[in-house]
Design a protein around this ligand. Structure first.
Ligand SMILES: Cc1ncc(COP(=O)(O)O)c(CN[C@@H](CS)C(=O)O)c1O
Length: 399
């Protein structure tokens, strides 16, 4: 048996999505910007995909949704164009974000710091979420943008986006949320929550890699990141990737139809897995599961290096991660665990398990069995665990 539990890194493309893409490779393949029939033949499908995304997000007709190549592009677009539109002219000079954002936000912010922008990286609490009043306390009349991820790719913890949005609206500050780990996984209603910009990525909800989108509230101005053509109303140049846009529409429709039912089913499997793993001594899971995306567990196993655990699980054909795939090469401590106050040793023991709607009960049973065997094996050769020994009574909990 092989079990894929790294769905926060990327997901399998739903076979129904693959089917929806097919006609647009060799049958309806014209350039949508061409005026002839080969080009206009793709327009109905493009309109349908756009409608599917609007419906899934409950976006208003006054809002814009622009397809991009990925969420990394969407995140960079917001940050760099807010800089262009509101900071270069001297109107503002400050951006607020958090310490635990995805690298595509953090690296873009660091690039803007090199341009002289003042960036505040807010801390998170011991649950790994940022507190609205902390956001409010750092907003000044020079703040151009607040950027806070909707849900963490590492922990699944969900930030108080509605409350932060109300603060930003009251203060007249633009608000961006990296919605990659929320869209398609939990309800996102953009008429319920005030956010100016939301980034998303199809390969997180069973669409293909290489297509994402940016939601822009009230179609407000935002300078293009890419120039050179009137595509997407001049918002984002580049020939439309028709099969992938069609795929994103189908994928978001599948992911958000009966989403509560889908969430309940995934959550039940996740909770069963989490409860079983917490039976191991000296383990803890980051964040209260009631405020977490239904598919994610970030578990720390005292005395077991994350990378070692990954390889052991890999030998059992179980795919997991120690944190975001973008950081998988470095053997650094998990930054989110450091941010919530774990010490350096503990922060090296994090394992991220992320399920999907395709995860089966049999796969959960297999994972529980193999995970416990791996922990026993690795602890038996672990110098640190042997030295310390298990905590009497083996304190294990979600926190
Ligand atoms: C919150 C968040 N924001 C942006 C991205 C990037 O999405 P792209 O469409 O691939 O560019 C990701 C992708 N996180 C993967 C790969 S690093 C993970 O293992 O956590 C994300 O989780």
């Amino acid at each position: 048996m092989q079990v894929y539990l790294d769905n926060n890194a990327t997901t399998m493309v739903d076979p129904l999505v693959v089917e929806a893409m097919q006609p647009f490779f060799s049958e309806i393949y014209g350039n949508p910007n061409s005026l002839h029939k080969f080009g206009t033949a793709s327009h109905p499908a493009l309109r349908k995909a756009m409608d599917q995304v609007y419906k899934a997000l409950n976006a208003s007709d006054n809002d814009d949704i622009v397809f991009t190549s990925c969420a990394t592009e969407s995140n960079n677009w917001v940050l760099k164009s807010v800089f262009t539109d509101h900071i270069v002219n001297g109107e503002k000079n400050h951006i607020i974000t958090t310490e635990v954002e995805h690298p595509s936000v953090l690296a873009a912010c660091r690039a803007l710091e090199n341009e002289g922008v003042k960036v505040t990286y807010l801390p998170v609490n011991n649950q790994g979420v940022v507190e609205p009043q902390v956001v409010k306390s750092f907003i000044t009349d020079k703040t151009a943008l607040v950027s806070v991820m909707w849900a963490s790719n590492e922990t699944g913890m969900i930030n108080p986006i509605k409350e932060i949005g109300e603060i930003c609206k009251e203060k007249g500050v633009l608000f961006h949320s990296d919605g990659v780990q929320a869209v398609g996984k939990i309800p996102v209603d953009l008429q319920e929550v005030h956010v100016d910009f939301v980034s998303m990525s199809a390969h997180k909800f069973h669409g293909p890699k290489g297509v994402g989108a940016l939601y822009i509230k009230n179609s407000q101005p935002l300078s293009p990141l890419l120039h050179g053509g009137e595509h997407m109303g001049g918002r984002r140049s580049g020939t439309l990737n028709v099969p992938y846009i069609v795929a994103m529409g189908k994928a978001i429709e599948l992911a958000t139809t009966n989403i509560e039912e889908k969430m309940a089913s995934i959550r039940a499997k996740r909770d069963r897995l989490e409860d079983a793993l917490l039976e191991l001594s000296d383990t803890f899971v980051v964040g209260d599961r009631d405020n977490r995306t239904p598919n994610t567990i970030l578990i720390s196993i005292k005395g077991v290096e994350g990378e070692g655990m990954l390889w052991d699980l890999n030998n059992s054909l179980i795919g997991a991660s120690t944190g975001s795939a973008c950081a998988s090469e470095d053997l650094e401590a998990n930054t989110v665990m450091l941010a919530i106050g774990a010490d350096n040793e503990l922060a090296h023991t994090g394992i991220r398990l992320s399920l999907s709607r395709f995860t089966t009960d049999e796969e959960i049973d297999y994972t529980i069995d193999q995970f416990k065997k791996a922990v026993f094996r690795l602890r038996s050769i672990s110098s640190s665990f042997a030295k310390v020994g298990p905590t009497p009574g083996g304190e294990s909990k979600a926190c």
